[in-house]
Design a protein around this ligand. Structure first.
Ligand code: NAD
Length: 477
């Protein structure tokens, strides 16, 4: 069984304590490999490496940073076979989802490469005519990127690619459930030619290794993608050091289905939005709000679709999704469903374990609006459906949430679609589609308990750079 080290200064190394921890395959519970168990001493070493590399990386010509990131994208694609196996084994992804991660990861690296050349500044007329004002954009320094388990390759690339393009050096702290893919990514970036210390990985438990990284005055910024609960804890510590923060947190995303759509077709779209990767997607559209009188026929069509989904081998193209990441996640999903049924929801499909950590695609009709499944993020294959009187009511139901990540609106009536898009409180609304969309240049992020800051394209670059005003005294004529 392979043991993976931290990746520091261009080479893999064991934890200073020599401790490791096993990484389990959620499909069968077998050990995929062992990862270095980082602590505060490892964190100090990795920060020193990233800090030392900062003048080298930020000092490269932008065309060179662009070239290296483009080269990394090519190498990522060339390493697809090995990466796909690791993503499937570590995170329980299907082949379809693992392929999305590799393809979209390469896409993100290429988009970021282009941004390296677009670190635009500004000039403006100074109040005093004999002075010239310039505004320039500078990298922040060392960025810590803390990532979740659910899309372990692509969510990490989304944070690090733009930070690197802007001239920062990076320390990645991946989820303890899926640390190995981050080390594999570091090997690829190193092989692409990134200077030593530019991209580093330190692996370990969140409360031990992640917390030590956050509570350190020697980093300059934190990019965090993960649960709202962890994000709040990190923000409390990070603010004591005034670290710049980007918080991409949990969601409880509405899908509005308006009364002009085809029920069966809409149920297919909704099923994809709710059940992709077993609902372990932050933008999963689990809270489905349907205009009466379509609501009940829609819910029944969704239940038929859920019952028809194929669960099986992760490398089989027919397989809809695989296991939840661990026993605690399975227990949480089962508890949410049990509570919903006990408080009045009607179970239209699923509601039980298929095998191992795999939970059946589940559809609940009219859960109590105070039930946990309706009010919080279940992060499992559970879709809830409620009826709305009309568009105003649907929007009001959608907005009665503390979260605000993304939403979908299914309609062929663009006026009503746009009205809904303008009035739903969240970071992104997709009309004619479910709430789970991606685009390398789009500003992705949330409101309320879904976090703050935007990532993607120029919005990431804005986040990972600091503006500086320079004024110059000119000769008086
Ligand atoms: P998590 O919050 O449990 O862990 C995320 C990361 O934080 C891991 O690397 C973990 O080790 C680390 N961590 C945990 N405690 C820490 C601490 N005290 N200090 C520093 N680091 C710590 O999240 P998860 O279960 O891995 O991922 C699922 C969650 O992520 C869901 O809530 C999902 O909605 C969210 N998510 C959000 C987005 C988005 O773009 N908004 C994308 C994907 C996932």
């Amino acid at each position: 069984m392979d043991t993976y080290g931290h990746f520091i200064n261009g080479r893999e190394q064991a934890a200073l304590s020599a401790a490791t921890f096993p990484v389990l395959n959620p499909s069968d519970g077998c050990v995929v490999g062992y990862a270095a168990r980082g602590d505060a001493d490892d964190v100090q070493a990795v920060i020193a490496a990233a800090r030392a590399a900062f003048p080298v990386w930020s000092g490269l010509p932008v065309a060179e940073r662009e070239r290296l990131l483009l080269c990394a994208a090519d190498l990522l694609e060339e390493s697809a076979d090995q990466l796909l196996d690791l993503i499937i084994d570590e995170s329980g992804s299907t082949m379809r989802k693992a392929q999305f991660e590799v393809n979209y990861g390469a896409n993100l690296l290429r988009a970021a490469a282009g941004e390296a050349r677009r670190l635009y500044g500004d000039t403006f007329p100074n109040d005093k005519p004999h002075r010239l004002s310039l505004v320039i954009r500078e990298p922040l320094g060392v960025v810590a990127a803390i990532s979740p388990f659910n899309a372990p390759l692509v969510l990490l690339i989304k944070m690090i690619a733009f930070a690197l393009a802007a001239g920062n050096t990076v320390i990645a702290k991946p989820s303890e459930e899926t640390p190995l893919i981050a080390v594999a990514l570091a090997r690829i970036l190193h092989a692409a030619g990134l200077p030593e210390g530019t991209f580093n990985v330190v692996t370990g438990y969140g409360v031990e290794c992640g917390a030590a990284l956050v509570d350190n005055p020697d980093i300059d910024a934190i990019a965090f993608t993960g649960s709202t609960q962890t994000g709040m804890r990190i923000a409390q510590t990070a603010i004591t050091h005034m670290h710049r923060m980007q918080m991409e947190l949990g969601g409880n995303n509405p899908l509005l289905v308006l009364n002009d759509v085809d029920v069966v077709q809409s149920a297919e779209i909704a099923a994809d939005g709710a059940f992709f990767h077993g609902g372990q997607i932050c933008m999963s559209g689990a809270r489905i709000i349907v205009e009466a009188p379509l609501a009940r026929p829609f819910a029944e069509a969704l239940a038929r679709k859920a019952d028809s989904l194929y669960l099986g081998d992760l490398r089989d193209d027919r397989t809809a999704y695989g296991p939840l990441i661990n026993q605690a996640s399975l227990d949480k999903v089962a508890a949410h469903v049990a509570e919903a049924v006990a408080t009045g929801a009607e179970l239209l499909a699923g509601g039980s374990i298929y095998a191992g950590l795999t939970y059946r695609p589940t559809v609940l009709w009219e859960p109590n609006r105070r039930s946990t499944v309706w009010c919080s993020e279940t992060f499992g294959p559970v879709a809830t459906v409620v009826a709305a009187r009309d568009l105003d009511d649907a929007i009001a139901i959608a907005n009665a949430s503390n979260y605000g990540l993304s939403a979908g609106v299914l309609t062929n009536d663009m006026r009503r679609g746009l009205t809904a898009a303008r009035r739903i409180k969240c970071g992104a609304v997709h009309v004619g589609m479910h709430s789970f969309q991606s685009d390398a240049l789009a500003p992705v992020g949330g409101m309320g308990m879904s976090g703050f800051g935007r990532s993607g394209g120029k919005y990431s670059v804005e986040h990972f750079t600091e503006l500086k005003w320079i004024s110059i005294e000119l000769e008086k004529s």
